[in-house]
Ligand binder design. Structure first.
Ligand code: ZN
Length: 166
């Protein structure tokens, strides 16, 4: 027979495991949305390098067509607005230690600002994009691990998000 204290520990552990899965379930329930409206085909897919120090494409490039307004893919807080490698970047922290990056974007939000899902955060710049004529680069990280941002928009896959390797 399992002692009462052991049973309490087991219940607590189960609760912890379930709570770790919560952000992905929230993502699967429609908490995430595309950062642009209208047609937004993926021009350049996610191509992570075999090792962190190697070159790769740590995000997806979305064709923005005539729509240049950029929206937050999920609720969160703006954790960075500024230049990285001569590109204007906006970073938003979300639940579950998830972080989305948008570039090149002229921000209409400020550092520390809370944003709602679908809230306008900026405009895609005409220059500074690494594709022609222009695109929006969307990145996703959990902690220090890069993930495929498209997982946010695929409900069946988003459920597995916490368990995927970078
Ligand atoms: Zn890119």
């Amino acid at each position: 027979m399992i002692a009462l204290s052991t049973r309490a520990v087991l219940v607590a552990c189960l609760g912890l495991v379930l709570s770790l899965c919560t952000p992905a379930v929230a993502g699967a329930s429609g908490q995430w949305r595309w950062p642009v409206t209208g047609p937004h085909r993926v021009i350049h897919p996610y191509q992570p390098p075999a090792h962190n120090w190697l070159p790769g494409h740590r995000g997806v490039d979305l064709g923005v067509g005539s729509s240049r307004v950029v929206y937050a893919v999920g609720a969160g807080r703006v954790s960075f607005v500024g230049q990285i490698a001569h590109r204007s970047v906006v970073v938003i922290m979300h639940v579950g230690n998830l972080r989305t990056t948008y570039e090149p974007v002229t921000a209409t939000v400020r550092l520390g600002q809370r944003v709602a899902v679908g809230q306008r955060i900026g405009i895609v710049q005409g220059q500074g994009s690494h594709c022609r004529p222009r695109c929006l680069h969307l990145g996703l990280k959990r902690g220090t691990a890069y993930l495929n941002p498209l997982l946010l928009f695929a409900p069946n896959h988003a459920r597995l998000l916490p368990h995927l390797d970078p």
